[in-house]
Design a protein around this ligand. Structure first.
Ligand code: DUC
Ligand code: ZN
Ligand code: ZN
Length: 484
């Protein structure tokens, strides 16, 4: 395959180049119009992709997804098949999902269950982090063995008491093990026990709308937990990656730790850059009234725009106080799923579906001048690859790398959403995620995913999906390349 005429963009620069692919692998990045000993290269390849006027970038890596996650009495509605097809449509060619171990369960049984769900069903490559929902002697002993399985990062929750929650003693013990073996500790940093008190108090006062989800999960709860996680990591020497950072005060904690040289990293998500407590969690519609906001109930929650969190989050992407953007894709339908929380916001399953839109939404940040083209590539592909031990194979357009390539058209346009008629049926355009609504309805992007190549196979072209479930392979990851 020859992808010619485009501008190849990396995390460090851009330039006109042709990309030559042999089978599943990039074999050369060539000066435009290069010949093979005088012969036109295009004559000796099977496929020529014309990228004239377009950007050629490494396929996106979404390092935080939850396909089929059981949560809040239901389960995330995208399967590994639907979720990875949607990801491909949006220019993401790898995901790292979370295998789950629950209290009392063996870590390797939890992992096996996730291999069962994903194996043979993914349209793009996939890896796993391991959620440790029950930290005990048994799960701690399993942690180092995960490395042999290609899992070099695990996640704990300072939130969700009674579900995934780990207390400080458990976190300390896990971090001691992680520090010894070079595992990355991923942390959901919110003070769960304190939040549960606030939730009960709000509900007792009759404040049951989705808006109060954001009130209960106040930024102080995120800042405090982030600080505590950083201190425990400092004490133990464990590298720390804080997921879905939404509060500017949490960013300040991360920045302070990084400034003294601690191996601390932070991820944010498109929803914390664009959406807000006031506009989304507080939304009222004809169809749902104040329950409309349920579409955007996720944790950490959307933050107040008046408090300036969104602007600060864009800034932190520029200054590298936040290193990358994932989605925390965890989609639920309104019908039968989000509706579980009618009359009680705490029963709304937490999550937003964005896996299809991350590359576009972040590209719009280039258009509006929030980030550069190179930074777009860095935060959506190159850094995720480095952070989670995939770099070289993924996250870069260079000889030897997997041919995961997106041709992106800056002159194209993407209208996000799925407008519906009076009966609730999509009127035409529809996203490819399984949700019955669009959390990004009405977002307009001044760019478009043109062609997507996954390990040398064209999976998206001419607004058609050409891939197949089962094409995606399991990614055995190495240790974080920021640490070795
Ligand atoms: N946050 C979410 O919004 N959904 C799933 C889990 C989480 O931590
Ligand atoms: Zn989380
Ligand atoms: Zn998550």
């Amino acid at each position: 395959m020859l992808i010619r005429g485009g501008t190849v963009v990396s995390a460090t620069g851009r330039g006109a180049a042709d990309v030559l692919v042999d089978g599943e692998t990039i074999v050369a990045v060539l000066a435009p119009g290069s010949t093979l000993l005088g012969h036109d290269l295009s004559a000796s390849v099977d496929t020529v992709i014309d990228a004239t006027g377009k950007y050629v970038i490494p396929g996106g890596i979404d390092a935080h997804t939850h396909m089929e996650l059981p949560f809040g009495g239901t389960a995330a509605i995208d399967t590994f098949e639907t979720g990875t097809i949607a990801a491909a449509w949006g220019g993401t060619t790898s995901i790292i999902d979370f295998a789950v171990q629950t209290v009392g369960q063996k870590v390797f049984d939890g992992l096996a269950a996730w291999h069962e769900k994903a194996g043979g069903n993914c349209a793009i490559d996939y890896g796993f982090h391991q959620i440790v929902g029950g930290v005990d002697d048994d799960s701690l002993a399993a942690l180092p063995k995960l490395i042999d399985e290609g899992i070099t990062s695990y996640k704990m929750f300072m939130a969700y008491p009674g579900v995934f929650y780990a207390d400080d003693a458990q976190i300390l013990r896990a971090m001691q093990v992680a520090a010894e073996h070079g595992l990355m500790t991923m942390m959901h940093a919110e003070n769960g026990p304190a939040i549960d008190v606030l939730v009960a108090q709000l509900l007792a006062k009759g404040k049951t709308d989705p808006y109060y989800h954001g009130v209960a999960r106040a930024w102080q709860m995120e800042e405090e937990a982030t600080h505590r996680a950083i201190m425990l990591a400092n004490l133990t020497g464990a590298p720390l990656y804080v997921v879905h950072v939404s509060a500017k005060q949490a960013v300040e904690q991360l920045a302070a730790a990084r400034d003294i040289g601690q191996n601390v990293f932070g991820e944010t998500c498109p929803q914390y850059l664009y959406l807000s407590l006031e506009e989304q969690l507080g939304a009222v519609s004809e169809q749902y009234g104040a329950f409309e906001g349920a579409k955007w109930v996720c944790s950490t929650p959307l933050r107040s725009r008046a408090e300036g969190h969104q602007d600060h989050m864009w800034q932190s992407l520029r200054t590298n106080d936040i290193q990358m953007v994932s989605t925390d894709h965890c989609p639920f339908c309104m019908k039968d799923q989000k509706e579980l929380g009618l009359g009680d916001f705490s029963k709304i399953p937490n999550g937003i579906g964005s896996v299809e839109h991350r590359m576009d939404l972040m590209y719009q940040g280039v258009v509006t001048g929030q980030i550069t083209l190179e930074r777009w590539v860095e935060i959506t592909g190159t850094t995720p690859a480095r952070m989670f031990g995939l770099y070289g194979k993924k996250g870069v357009i260079a000889p030897g790398a997997d041919a995961d390539i997106v041709v992106y058209d800056p002159n194209g346009h993407t209208s996000i959403g799925m407008p519906v008629d009076e009966a609730g049926n999509p009127t035409g355009r529809k996203h490819h995620m399984n949700m019955d609504h669009a959390a990004w309805e009405g977002f307009e992007i001044d760019g478009k995913v043109d062609t997507v190549v996954s390990r040398g196979s064209v999976v998206i072209q001419n607004d058609q999906f050409h891939g197949r479930a089962g094409h995606g392979q399991y990614l055995r990851r190495g240790l974080s390349q920021y640490l070795v």
